[in-house]
Design a protein around this ligand. Structure first.
Ligand SMILES: Cc1cc2nc3c(=O)[nH]c(=O)nc-3n(C[C@H](O)[C@H](O)[C@H](O)COP(=O)(O)OP(=O)(O)OC[C@H]3O[C@@H](n4cnc5c(N)ncnc54)[C@H](O)[C@@H]3O)c2cc1C
Length: 412
């Protein structure tokens, strides 16, 4: 029996388990997924928890309910990858030999990287994250009790997963305080190390305009050196200071501790991966997808989804001894909640900036790109159902392809 081992049962790992179990004969191939999680969270839902739109119960499912029946789930963390001997070892000391290894161990927040952030009287007292279940849940009462003052939404350093999420947070905060009738008492700031609201020039302009319309201060090129929780200020290396009463930060993101411990990643513990084939540079029978890679596109669930289709074809080629037939173009698309029950949508890849036009079909859309619309907000809300029922189960979404389509878009 040949063996495929998948490390990580998050978005990318679960999708790969479904794709491969549909394509491979279970009498010839055993697929094992290794992860210590009990619950699988729909992470885009974390954004809505602090505003009381979702509870954690509404965005989680037991991981055992999400994997195909012919896939083995080893509910432990991996503590070692040994590429030389084609094996991994789990936290209980169990050793698994593989023919093909897929690493889908994602990224994690590391608040300890920012001096002062995790001080006992600061962390989750006045400074919060919304990138974890615990963080999002702790921020809910803090938002609810906030009666006015400086609310600072901040990101420490790029890359972060879902780079639009902090923008969405600040837009939703504007809408939340307007609905509560206290927007005039809240000074909203968006603080970023980038030179604008976003990385991509066209999107940066569109989001910058929205911030201006919403009276949100944008503080750019802010490289944080310290959180001074006692005086409630964040400080930058070039001695700028921003005062906060409530800080909502996206801490430094890094690859899994496993990658750090096995010394298999770059300085942020992301894995050097061929951007087109998704084969790792570690060894030819190791492949990577999702946030764990170092490829030059967003770290997003949509990316893991498109990559899973490409990677399935390439792994089938690999085990049949054929050259790789599929190539990933960096395709990403992200809904951006912009408040007022509206949203935006961006679609881009390694070489193509986000553009205007329509998605997924030319002219009829129905979703407009780089434009605020109620349809995009409804699309974002519908995504939770699509995630559980289609994406994770490797069912294709009509008209949406792994490669970015150019038709119907105003490509320049
Ligand atoms: C607030 C927020 C909002 C977001 N919004 C969007 C959005 O609107 N659209 C979008 O496309 N994306 C969004 N994302 C990003 C999306 O959730 C991730 O990009 C996606 O989940 C990445 O999938 P992954 O499989 O690479 O990692 P994950 O889904 O994070 O899974 C990684 C898995 O690896 C496991 N793991 C780690 N180390 C080990 C180990 N040593 N042994 C075994 N298992 C291990 C973890 O336990 C985890 O289960 C959002 C994320 C956040 C936090």
């Amino acid at each position: 029996m040949k063996k495929i081992v998948i490390l990580g049962a998050g978005t990318g790992g679960t999708m790969m388990a479904h794709h491969l179990s549909k394509k491979l004969n279970s009498k010839e191939w055993q697929i094992t997924v290794v992860d210590d999680i009990q619950d699988h969270y729909y992470q885009p839902g974390f954004l809505f928890v602090p505003f009381g739109n979702y509870t954690l119960d509404q965005i989680r499912k037991p991981q055992t309910s999400l994997l195909p029946r012919n896939v083995r789930f080893l509910n432990q963390a991996t503590k070692k990858i040994d590429p030389e001997n084609n094996s991994i070892e789990t936290s209980s000391g169990e050793k698994l030999i593989y023919d093909v290894l897929i690493i889908a161990t994602g990224s994690r927040i590391v608040p300890e990287e920012t001096p002062g952030l995790t001080e006992e009287d600061t962390w989750r007292k006045t400074a919060f994250d919304f990138y974890t279940a615990d963080g999002a849940a702790a921020l809910f009462p803090a938002m609810n009790n906030f009666k006015g003052g400086n609310l600072v939404v901040h990101l420490a350093e790029m890359p972060i997963k879902c780079p639009v999420a902090p923008l969405e947070f600040v837009f939703l905060a504007d809408y939340y305080f307007k609905r509560k009738g206290i927007r005039d008492k809240v000074n909203l700031s968006f603080v970023t190390p980038l030179d604008g609201a976003f990385t991509k020039p066209t999107a940066k302009k569109a989001f910058g305009n929205l911030m201006q319309q919403r009276n949100i201060n944008v503080i750019t090129e802010f490289n944080i050196s310290e959180v001074d929780g006692q005086n409630k200020v964040i400080k930058s290396y070039d001695e700028k200071e921003v005062a906060f009463d409530l800080l909502v930060t996206v801490p430094v993101n890094m690859g899994s501790k496993l990658i750090e411990d096995c010394d298999l990643g770059d300085e942020l513990f992301f894995i050097d991966t061929d951007p087109a084939t998704l084969q790792s540079k570690i060894k030819e029978n190791i492949f990577v997808l999702g946030d764990a890679t170092n490829v030059g596109t967003s770290k997003a669930g949509s990316v893991a989804h498109f990559q899973s289709e490409i990677l399935t074809r390439n792994i089938l080629d690999f085990i049949r001894g054929k050259p790789f037939s599929a190539s990933f173009d960096g395709h990403a698309n992200c809904f951006i909640e912009s408040g007022n029950k509206k949203g935006m949508l961006i679609d881009f890849n390694y070489t193509q900036e986000p553009v205007t036009g329509s998605f997924p079909l030319p002219v009829i859309g129905p979703l407009p790109l780089l434009k605020e619309a109620r349809r995009n907000h409804l699309g974002k809300l519908a995504f939770r159902w699509i995630y559980w029922n289609m994406l994770l189960k490797a069912r294709s979404i009509p008209f949406v392809s792994a490669h970015m389509k150019k038709s119907g878009k105003n490509i320049v």
